[in-house]
Every structure is written in structure tokens, then in C-alpha cells.
Design a protein around this ligand. Structure first.
Ligand SMILES: Cc1ncc(COP(=O)(O)O)c(C=O)c1O
Length: 417
């Protein structure tokens, strides 16, 4: 890592060095395996965290299995939902490939659903249409639905769950980027039937690599742990009655996770603060919009509850189509064109930021425009492709200071014509 560069989101350890303390303990007690005290304690801490509402009231306790990655968590959740070869799964198109790839691992087909413009996540109306039309065409019900809380922004879960319940299809929430985000006060990842988290190096908290599956019950969790540990049956010898995987989290990684839980609240608060600063500093910049959560509160006699409360894992901006940026004519001179790419002002801005030592990145390229998924069925409205062409992710992690945000915004302003 270059010390003078501002990165999108880097892993940040606790000042107190708690991660090293738990790793050390693992070595001293010789728990250098994919199970052990750190795994158990990390899972308990996660269960407490996800089961706690924004107002600190407890909801029904969810059970959590710590796994080797968020991708592994999606894979196992799909298995738990009974997804098999030739089944179909409704997947949000505007996402990272890992949301969809496990569907393909199972020989099933992802059916991509476009986004609505408010949260940028799965459009519930398009989802309903997609399910209806696929059922008419194939005569079979899709086996699962995977909405994503992209960049930490909660999806319209009430509407998505209503569609899912109407058709009796289980929901696997991809909350990889939404650790700590809440919807109606409840943590993302606990709103569907299963929820997945990622602790990759660039996420809100990290275990270097790792993930977790939030399960609806202790029994469901037990089955997941069994699949994650090669599906061994309870015999003194190795008895296998189902296909299993090596997906459990290591006790060393879980030690990092335990340490990270001590700074999780501070990380989330920092990401939200950085987003607020971007909002403030871009407020008078014509042609640039910071993506922010939809307004909305629910008032009762006891409380006022925010509907959407994003963790703002990454702050993102959209450039107006008319905006002109220095160097836009040459932006693609050194790169091969594809048939779906960010507009040249967006690429010009990314290059200028890079030159200034600032990492930025285009938004996720929708899955339905990825060559690898060219034959997958899709239900589109143009929203995610339009966002991809106009958007950029800006540095948002724990190392990003107020001065950095100011420098980033000023660098962008200087590029506008
Ligand atoms: C939306 C989304 N889903 C799934 C994943 C997969 O998580 P992991 O990298 O832990 O496998 C990621 C992140 O990497 C992600 O951003």
C-alpha cells in the first residue's frame, strides 16, 4: 500500500490491537484450525449484533454460521433453499458477480432483475413480473430470490418480501456490503429467510477473508455448519450421505473478526460521517449528485423510526449526462471499448483522481450486461445500466479523513468544465 494514496476502503485494525490478542491466544492454545473458541465467540458476537434493533431492542435471535467467505455463504444458503440443477433463482442484476455465481455453481440459472432508482436495489414490481413470466414460460416456480443491499443501502424489503411470500419463494439477502445498515430499525441480513455477510478485506469489518450466514433457526444453522464441514455425519468414522464443502471459518480469521467487533460501531459511524461530508461539499456542485438514502420515518407513540439507515459502506456519486470533464475525449485512448462501459466523463474523472493519488471505481457493472451471463433471462428497465454509465465510488473507509474528503471533492471540482 502507498501511504500517500487515498484508497476506497482498506481494512483497519482496532487501536487496542484486539485482533492480535485473539490471534495470539489461538496460537498459544493451539487452536489453529477451522473451529475453536474464536469461531464460537465471533458467532455469538455476530448473533448479538444482528439481532439488536437500531433502538437497541432485541428482536428474535438469529443464528449465525461463520464461513470462509460471503460467496460460500450464498452457495450454502442456496443449497438450504433446495436449489438444484435446472432451477431458476431471481437475482438482483446490479451487483458484484459473487451474488450470482453460486447459482451457476449449482447448475441453476440466475434470472436477473433490474433495480428501482431510489435505493438502486431490486425493483419489487419487476421481480413480481419476472416471477410471473418465468412461471408461465417454464411451468416452475423460481427456487429463491437474492436481493442485494448495494453499497450498504437497504433494498425495499417490505415490497420484496410481500412478493416472495405471495409466491412462497425463500429470500436470501445479500448483505455483504450492508453490515450494520438497518431497515425499519432491523439489521440488513435479518429481514429475509437467510442473510449473508462478507468480511473481505475491503468490507465494513474484516477477517482478512471470510463471511457469515445468518440463519432462521438453530436447526438451520446446524445444517449449514454440516455442509460447511464436508457434510460429515455423526459417526466416529467418516460417513458421508450428502455432498459437503470446506467452507468453515478458521479460528485465526475469527480472532481478527472478534477484534473487529470492538470497532464495528466506530467504523459504521465513520462511513456515515464521510458520506455526510460528501453530501455537504457536493451540495453546490452542479451536475453531481451524491447517492443518499430515501427519506422516510415511521412515527408511533413510543418512537420515531427511520425506514432506511444505510451504513454508507461506499459513498457514490452520479454525473449528469450534460456534465463535461477535462480529458473526456481521450479517456478511452488506452483502454479497449466494450459494448457497455462508463461514459467518458466518468472515466476521465477516474483517471484524474488516480493521477492525484485517489482511488475511485465505477459502479458495479450489471450482471445482465456481463458477457459471462449473456444468455441468462433478464427483466430490465434500464435503471442499473444507466447508473453504471454515470456513477463513481469514492473513498469511504476508516482511513479517509475530513481533509481527504475535501481534497477529493476539490480534485473533482477542478476537472469539471
Ligand atoms: C454484493 C456482494 N456480494 C457478495 C460478495 C462476496 O463476498 P466474499 O468476497 O466474502 O466472498 C461481495 C464482496 O466481495 C459483495 O460485494
Amino acid at each position: 500500500m502507498n501511504e500517500n494514496r487515498i484508497y476506497l476502503c482498506l481494512a483497519h485494525m482496532s487501536e487496542a490491537g484486539m485482533e492480535m490478542k485473539y490471534i495470539q491466544e489461538a496460537f498459544e492454545t493451539n487452536w489453529v484450525v477451522p473451529l475453536g473458541p474464536n469461531v464460537n465467540a465471533f458467532e455469538e458476537a455476530l448473533e448479538d449484533f444482528v439481532s439488536q434493533k437500531a433502538d437497541h431492542a432485541e428482536t428474535a435471535l438469529k443464528r449465525v454460521a461463520a464461513l470462509s467467505s460471503g460467496t460460500a455463504a450464498i452457495h450454502l444458503a442456496l443449497i438450504a433453499c433446495g436449489v438444484k440443477q435446472e432451477d431458476e433463482v431471481m437475482v438482483q442484476s446490479f451487483t458484484f458477480g459473487a451474488s450470482a455465481n453460486p447459482v451457476t455453481y449449482l447448475g441453476a440459472t440466475p434470472v436477473f432483475v433490474d433495480s428501482e432508482p431510489d435505493t438502486w436495489n431490486m425493483d419489487p414490481e419487476l421481480l413480481a413480473r419476472g416471477i410471473r413470466e418465468r412461471m408461465e414460460k417454464t411451468g416452475r416456480r423460481p427456487k429463491a430470490i437474492i436481493p442485494v443491499h448495494l453499497y450498504g443501502m437497504p433494498a425495499k424489503m417490505d415490497d420484496i418480501m410481500a412478493v416472495a411470500r405471495q409466491y412462497e419463494i425463500p429470500v436470501i439477502e445479500d448483505a455483504a456490503e450492508a453490515f450494520g445498515s438497518t431497515y425499519h430499525g432491523r439489521k440488513c441480513g435479518t429481514l429475509g429467510d437467510y442473510g449473508i455477510l462478507s468480511f473481505n478485506g475491503n468490507k465494513m469489518i474484516t477477517t482478512s477473508g471470510g463471511g457469515a450466514l445468518i440463519c432462521p433457526s438453530a436447526e438451520a444453522r446446524e445444517r449449514i455448519v454440516k455442509y460447511a464441514t464436508q457434510a460429515r455425519e455423526t459417526f466416529p468414522y467418516y460417513q458421508h450421505e450428502e455432498i459437503g464443502y470446506n467452507y468453515r471459518m478458521s479460528n485465526i480469521c475469527a480472532g481478527i473478526g472478534r477484534g473487529q467487533m470492538t470497532v464495528a460501531a466506530a467504523h459504521i459511524a465513520h462511513h456515515r460521517h464521510v458520506h455526510q461530508l460528501y453530501e455537504q461539499l457536493f451540495a453546490d456542485v452542479a451536475g453531481i449528485t451524491v447517492h443518499s438514502q430515501p427519506d422516510g420515518i415511521v412515527e408511533s407513540t413510543e418512537s420515531v423510526e427511520r425506514i432506511y439507515d444505510s451504513n454508507y459502506w461506499l459513498s457514490t456519486i452520479l454525473l449528469d449526462e450534460q456534465l463535461k470533464v477535462r480529458g473526456e475525449k481521450k479517456a478511452y485512448d488506452r483502454m479497449r471499448h466494450t459494448d457497455c462501459e462508463p461514459n467518458s466523463p466518468v472515466e476521465a474523472l477516474r483517471l484524474a483522481l488516480d493521477e492525484a493519488g485517489i482511488e475511485s471505481r465505477p459502479l458495479w457493472k450489471p450482471m445482465h450486461r456481463q458477457p459471462v451471463y449473456r444468455n441468462a433471462p433478464v427483466f430490465v428497465n434500464g435503471v442499473s445500466e444507466g447508473l453504471f454509465m454515470r456513477g463513481l465510488c469514492l473513498p469511504s473507509g476508516p482511513y479517509v479523513t475530513d481533509d481527504d474528503v475535501e481534497r477529493i471533492v476539490n480534485t473533482i471540482k477542478k476537472q469539471l468544465l
